[in-house]
Design a protein. Sequence first.
Length: 546
Amino acid sequence: MTPASELQLGLGSTSRTGGVAESDAAKVRDRCATLGISWLEKTPETETSAIALISAEVAVRVRAVPLRMERGRLVVAMFNPLDVGAADEIAALAKFPVTRVGVEPDAFGELMRRAYGTTAARIAESLAGTTETPDEESVHNMDAIDAADVHRMAEQPTLINLVNLFILEAIQGRASDIHIEPFESDLKIKYRIDGVLIEQPPPPKHLQAALIGRVKIMAMMNIAERYVPQDGHITLRFEGRKVDLRVSTVPTIYGESVVMRILDKSNLPLDLASLGMNAPHRAAMDRLIEKPHGLILVTGPTGSGKTTTLYAALSKLYDPRKKIITIEDPVEYELSGVNQIPVNPKRGLTFSIGLRAILRQDPDVILVGEVRDNETVDIAIRSALTGHLILSTLHTNDAISSVGRLVDMGAEPFLVASVLEGLLAQRLGRRLCNECKIRTPFTEATKARLSAAELLGFGGTEWKAVGCEECKKTGFRSRLGFFELIRMNPALRNGITKRFSVSELSEHLSSDFENMRQDGMRKAQDGWTTVSEVLRATQDVDDTHR
């Protein structure tokens, strides 16, 4: 079995073709030039009659796409044009001699999608027609399938291609997660794109054990254990870059449910502007992170982008003259120049124990992935008191509620007032596609959900998503944040010390304070997102101080 750290997302990774790493691309191009093999920088045009000569499954396995007939020869674009064996196989199947052409990796991926569409769906369909279907009892009783049989099925080249394709299509589609969900009579595959789950064409139900087994093999999990949750990790090489996948399985009544979180550093926005933070908020955050000591908290529910915001802040903070250490559960992205520690409770490394050890490492800036218990809160506060800048996250509905949460976790109010410097709360909404968005009049239903002041800012019309080829017919491309930022002032510190309630503390916020809904509405007015996205993302936020 290939070690997880060396896996290539080459479709057909067990065949002779494999994948061509970015570091080898230049050598391949040079060798092609020596042999007189043409090399294309852009996605070439194709002829339908040529594509029909090779099935989608074969094209994916050998990583080649027929382009056209030329003087009695079939011109074939290949991911690795030096693979003579693949060219010979195509020639035998198509019954024409082959002329090889090289294509850049990005252009080849687009060519494959244009020629064969949703290739994962096609392979699944072909498997449904060619794989022996087990009896109904076996399909509905996963206990009847032996672990050795699962391992054997999971190592079949076509099944490997299918799993690789699901991952490939998810990465190319900008998905953040892949969900494999077993039900009584079907197996669902879903990609989470821009925060929304989008169902994909399902593979046959009888492939469930083999498909999930393949994922568990890649993630170095125990495929024989199906009744307890497991966590794993896959590292892939995709088009010259490293992509990490965090894999989680849980047992359900119809088999194991699998979720793969895709951590693609190339898609990580490492500046606050690209996250959607406006200029006043960015200026305020810059002043906060420039402080030599204190506590800065980013709050919001799971999946609201808190860690990404902290990573962006650390990137801004980075200076070779500063010692920056993080402790995270887990480390989601590797940051250059930053010492990152993964929490490992099984080995006795918790947030509190790790934080104590970090303090002996002479740090200037510390990022604590999450404040979870009173011990971590106590150490973080005392670290901020002794001259360290501490950045962390907390689960609260809005920024000001973080004060009460810290006190509930055992922190003394006077200590919270002393060390707390800033509170940033956030939510994520989908960003409109600039190619197809349009303005339309407000509906009565939308008007009823907005205040008079909010309606005034729109002028009677709102931006709407339409859908085009650029955004894959969704109307949205990527996500942006809705933020509210509180910087501490003497009145707030005094109120925290005196144990004021949230509503009382809210009365002492600065006059220019905007909550998440207000920030989102401004972005909806400017055409960054839609009113419905703002309402969906911020509807649970208490806006009594709006």
